[in-house]
Design a protein around this ligand. Structure first.
Ligand SMILES: [Zn+2]
Ligand SMILES: [Zn+2]
Length: 240
């Protein structure tokens, strides 16, 4: 497990998609749970670090895509911890055939990915978030609704240390090609790119010291310049 800030850690046992741990006084939260099939690896890594599943307080989801929720059904069952995510992503969590999509092609693509790549069972969400919630642990976190990639995308922000866990509102690595670089959500797998860009404009107003994305390494250097360049670029998915 890599320590990112005072209260934020990044798990090492999951490829492609990042899973973060938020340390609290009497346990911890997970933000996302990664690709299906890694629940045992996650449990082992947590136990090695002195974080048994009995101390898991909750699983927070940045959005409902399969690469971010894959181990949540198993981890929730083993720990009894509550699962949280935005209500607008309910169809993704439930693996509904009526997932939001901008075209029939995109819906088919996402459904095929869910069926053959992200093979987790439907996820029961215990507490639906709407954005605007404040969580008092570890210096205080805010859940910000940052839609576009999916209708229910959420970013978690800790003002005290300028930490942002943004899920796929921003990518720092292409999930398929693995090419590194900060970029807006990929249009192919995003429901509304214009709204996604508006969400990044909102995030760029925050006092940010570190951005922890769902894909790629956390970023610390020249964040406002990077976001400015990204928002100024003509190609929506162009990396900087
Ligand atoms: Zn996604
Ligand atoms: Zn993703």
């Amino acid at each position: 497990m890599d320590q990112i800030t005072k209260h934020v850690f990044k798990l090492e046992s999951i490829p492609i998609c990042n899973v973060y741990l938020l340390d609290v006084e009497d346990g911890y939260y997970l933000v996302d749970s990664g690709l299906f099939g890694y629940a045992e690896a996650i449990r082992d890594e947590l136990e090695e670090e002195g974080c048994p599943l009995s101390n898991l307080k909750g699983i927070l989801h940045t959005h409902g895509h399969g690469d971010h929720i894959g181990n949540s059904p198993a981890l929730a069952e083993k720990s009894g911890a509550p699962v949280m995510g935005h209500e607008a992503d309910r169809p993704f969590f439930q693996k509904s055939p009526h997932i939001p999509a901008k075209s029939l092609f995109q819906r088919t693509l996402l459904r095929l990915a869910d069926r053959f790549l992200f093979r987790q069972p439907p996820l029961k969400v215990d507490n639906y978030l709407t954005g605007g919630q404040e969580m008092s642990f570890s210096g205080g976190w805010e859940a910000l609704h940052t839609p576009g990639h999916t209708p229910g995308s959420i970013s978690f922000y800790q003002p005290e240390q300028g930490v942002l866990l943004c899920g796929d509102a921003l990518f720092n690595q292409h999930p398929a090609t693995r090419v590194r670089g900060l970029r807006l959500p990929l249009p192919l797998i995003s429901v509304d790119s214009r709204t996604a860009r508006a969400s990044v404009q909102k995030l760029a107003q925050l006092d940010l010291k570190i951005i922890c994305p769902g894909h790629g390494f956390p970023l610390t250097d020249n964040l406002s310049q990077k976001l400015e360049r990204l928002l100024g670029s003509k190609t929506r998915s162009k990396k900087v």
